[in-house]
Design a protein around this ligand. Structure first.
Ligand SMILES: C[S@@+](CC[C@H](N)C(=O)[O-])C[C@H]1O[C@@H](n2cnc3c(N)ncnc32)[C@H](O)[C@@H]1O
Length: 213
């Protein structure tokens, strides 16, 4: 059973291209800058981490408290060689317990658009569930709604588009604070989970309009 949306079967090819060196390459600058904006020693989970090079290694280098999950056994084995001692689960994100805990931040680079639409909706909900109030989320997906064939796996990828992602994030209590693109034209959604005070304000205004009943 494949829990990696086709990546397990192209793991060696992927490792030869992207998984060889830590902390450099596409996305490194953006993830470094995001990581530096987190509170020192924050807990952060890399969801769909691949082999841990290049990006998870940046979180480790920034001295964050790092956790990771990926559905490919080959990538998890490479991750354990690359970043020994960093906790990782080999699980599909659709059913992963994600360590059964909350985090100060979550990174998910190059994953969401690989999933079926209903799984994308659910993952956005999960992002929110595993973040503490005020927690930060960074993920990538193309800004225009589109579908295409993944060059590595030959499977269809689907971006719901920035408007829809923003709407789903808002519905899950996550506000997009910034969007930007890297040198590889990957589009980043940098979001924050509503703080406790905002949630309380929202709940009392819902009660006032009768929406909570
Ligand atoms: C494009 S790669 C990105 C890897 C890594 N984030 C990076 O920056 O190099 C997508 C990753 O998502 C993982 N993946 C795909 N579908 C998954 C699923 N349903 N559950 C868990 N991991 C999945 C793949 O195994 C692969 O490591």
């Amino acid at each position: 059973m494949d829990h990696s949306t086709g990546y397990e079967s192209v793991a060696q090819e992927f490792l030869a291209r992207r998984g060889r060196t830590p902390c450099t390459g596409i996305g490194a600058k953006e993830v470094r800058s995001w990581a530096r904006g987190l509170s020192p020693k924050s807990s952060v989970i890399d969801i769909g981490c691949g082999p841990g090079f290049p990006l998870t290694a940046i979180l480790v280098e920034e001295k964050l408290d790092v956790f990771a999950v990926d559905g490919s056994a080959a990538f998890v084995a490479a991750f354990q060689r690359n970043l020994p001692g960093i906790p990782i689960l080999c699980e599909p994100v659709q059913t992963s317990k994600m360590f059964d805990r909350t985090f100060g931040a979550a990174l998910s680079w190059g994953l969401i658009f690989l999933l079926k639409v209903e799984d994308q909706h659910r993952l956005i909900q999960r992002f929110s569930e595993i973040l503490v109030p005020g927690g930060r989320l960074l993920f990538t997906a193309p800004a225009p709604p589109c579908s295409w064939i993944d060059v590595m796996t030959n499977l269809e990828s689907v971006s719901l588009g920035a408007d829809e992602y923003r709407k789903l994030l808002a519905g899950a209590g996550l506000t997009v604070s910034a969007e930007y693109e890297d040198e590889g034209q990957n589009h980043y959604f940098d979001a924050i989970k509503s703080g406790r005070n905002e949630q309380q304000i929202q709940r009392s205004s819902d009660a006032g309009t009768g929406k909570g009943f």
